[in-house]
Design a protein around this ligand. Sequence first.
Ligand SMILES: *Cc1c(COP(=O)(O)O)cnc(C)c1O
Length: 441
Amino acid sequence: MNLKSAWSRRSFLSTFSVALGGLWSVRNAKAATLMAGGPYTAPLGGGASAIRSGLGSTGDIYAELGVVPVINGAGTYTILGGSLMYPEVIEAMRLGNEKFVNINDLEVAAGKKMAELCKMPEGYTGLVTAGAAAALLVGYAAILTGDNPQYIQQIPDLTGMPKSEVIIQKSHRYPFDHQVRQTGVKLVEVVTREDLIAAINPRTAALHFTNLFNEKGHVKVDEFVQIAHQHNLPAFNDAAADTPPISRLWKYTEMGYDLVTFSGGKDIRGPQAAGLLMGKQELIRCALLNMSPQEDTIGRPCKVGKEEICGMLKALELFVASDQDAILKQYYAQLGRISDVVTKIPGVKTSYDFNPKQIANHTVSLKISWDPDKISLTTKQVMQQLAATRPRSIRVGGNGDDEKKSKNPAVEVTAWQMQSGDELIIANRLSEILQSAPSAS
Ligand SMILES: *Cc1c(COP(=O)(O)O)cnc(C)c1O
């Protein structure tokens, strides 16, 4: 996966929509034959069903609904379903569904469990939210309203309220600042450290940091929170996609950030509609006042059920205890199998791409490139053919900035969210596509 350019996931997404529009109905009989007898095993479930009749009884609920399932060689994309939960997480959700409970009491207890698992400093706690985007909304709502019932009811109308601005570095603007703006605040863009300090005024509510852009901004993650605190302002760090490493879960609260969020449904593998908000106890208390189950609040659409809360905590517990070195080794092994198969084709080369400096979506990927003089296919054409594969569509990453340059065609495959066995399906299908290309003469 290539996230070197600003929000370059867009290139992946645009190819996805092309595939949706253009190739949705393409049938590939040859691929279907290959798949049917394929080596696919699904350690995370799959195949059998406990449901005896009706929807789900065949064990392939997506086929029953007529929706094409995906082999994920691309990573944690919300549009592809993010990640898969481990059976223990599903079991925790099932247990959560066995009894009624007061959701506010459960949230407070979940916060304590989160504080323990994420080694939060004294005076911090957590909240299970409906994802990191929801955490941004209810976190900023908390900063703006405190526990004032009038303010909680009126936002995003900030009339008569003391604060209405959030400062952000220009290079940290991103699609999720929509959730900050959703609270009614105005974002004030700054570039340098001096701009940042000069922009602070009595209307300033908080300072926002987008963790993955740490390198791009003038003010880095540690200095940013210091400046906020020197001016008695809270700082929020959005680190949604920034695990692994596991230690990121405690790094930013340790630095003093007042609020920090992580997605629950990315590599932590919790329920898709869940996320973690951690922060100073008073802010977390006010964030809960601004969200479901409380009514007449800005966060009422951000509902988290008892099942998501239980599943999220179990996923977090498993993630904190996981052996990331062993997991990475397994990813290298899966990618190695793909490399072994495709490099048999003349003109095809592979290399591992692992950038230790990358903050978000930190994992290894295999870059598969080909000589366009020997194989006359563009990156886009290969991605489209992979996406048109049946019975499961294959999704991989593009070649970032090189994608448009037909001179260096390549795709990037990650084993990050790939189910074991899927690497062989990708390897065989990719070989088939590359070998069937009209050879350039
Ligand atoms: C994915 C992501 C989000 C949104 O997270 P959800 O858990 O899907 O709501 C917010 N910020 C960043 C930087 C992200 O990568």
